[in-house]
Design a protein around this ligand. Structure first.
Ligand code: AKG
Ligand code: FE2
Length: 311
């Protein structure tokens, strides 16, 4: 395996990405906006003909029955009820008609697979990084104010939808979604610029009307809430730029060697009287096992494992 295997395609390969960010050129978008600046773009739906003309995208029902690598969730937006996770297409259709917002993750229709491959290439990401999700809802309220922990390109496919958006001055690069009151969650509190300051929904915002063909780039952490003017369907090209925290989480969760016996077996060295001798020595051994991955071969095999885990 040589270090060239995971190289990114060049911008010349990225006609789809170019249509997503048009009238910016990919180079201008990447240099001037990505990944921190909010962007709203309008343009003809014909840029996305290969998606909209595909039978899977004829309507919510066909999309719910199309190939999906992720799952389906329904969020109640009219009543204070818990979301229903991992539901079947039939249940989703029923809840859609009852005005729930339906969220589908990791669409796997043929044109979508092309798009994810191309976005990974155009953005210089490891293959498998981009995933495409969809939100469908009846006219009326959408999800309330929240932020998401990924970079999101939103493409409106059907109907008109109003978004209120605002930058987030509570947190930079959140690892979790959040909303008002998020300071109560320990995993978010550790990330807040001021952990003493209660998180409240924005008091001022920009309002964007999306219509079929409109695109919006929502940077990670950007606040948003929506109102569906018509029956609405939008796609989310979700990019999660990797942080070192993600890499180490991936290592411990998904890399087989971290399930070897030396990592799994209980240690008797973590007792007060052994801590500074046997404890420290074992800890140093584990740290050097980790350090041995920091080589061209190690990082290459990690990248490959990451790609396979997302295939
Ligand atoms: O459709 C909605 O109401 C919310 C959509 C959303 O939060 C998103 O696309 O990230
Ligand atoms: Fe969101």
């Amino acid at each position: 395996m040589n270090a060239q295997t995971v190289s990114a395609p060049t911008l010349a390969d990225s006609a789809r990405f170019a249509s997503l960010v048009h009238p910016f050129t990919p180079a201008d978008f990447l240099a001037g906006k990505w990944p921190k600046e909010f962007v709203h773009i309008t343009g003809p739906m014909s840029r996305f003909a290969e998606i909209v003309e595909h039978p899977d995208f004829a309507g919510v029902e066909s999309l719910l029955r199309s190939p999906l690598q992720g799952s389906i969730r329904a969020d109640y937006t009219r009543e204070d009820k818990r979301s229903e996770e991992d539901i079947t297409p039939d249940r989703a259709i029923e809840l859609y008609r009852a005005a729930c917002t339906i969220y589908m993750t990791r669409l796997a229709s043929e044109p979508i697979l092309q798009w994810t491959r191309e976005l990974d290439g155009a953005l210089g990401l490891l293959p498998g990084t981009t995933q495409v999700n969809a939100f469908a809802s009846m006219p009326g309220r959408g999800l309330s104010w929240h932020w998401d922990p990924q970079e999101l390109f939103i493409l409106q496919l059907k109907g008109r939808k109003v978004w209120h958006v605002a930058p987030n001055d509570y947190i930079d690069w959140p690892t979790k979604s959040g909303q008002a009151g998020a300071e109560k969650r320990p995993d978010i509190r550790m990330q807040l610029k001021d952990p003493q300051r209660p998180v409240e929904s924005p008091k001022s915002w920009d309002t964007i009307e999306m219509e079929p063909g409109s695109v919006m780039f929502l940077p990670r952490g950007y606040w948003h809430t929506t109102e569906n003017i018509d029956e609405s369907l939008h796609l989310v090209f979700q990019v999660k730029l990797l942080s070192w925290r993600d890499v180490f989480t991936f290592l411990f969760e998904s890399v087989p060697q971290f399930y070897d016996v030396p990592w799994r077996q209980p240690t008797l060295a973590l007792s007060p009287d052994r801590l500074f001798e046997q404890g420290l020595q074992e800890f140093q051994e584990r740290c050097s096992a980790l350090g041995s991955l920091a080589s061209p071969h190690g990082i290459q095999s990690l990248a490959r494992l990451f790609g396979n885990s997302r295939a």
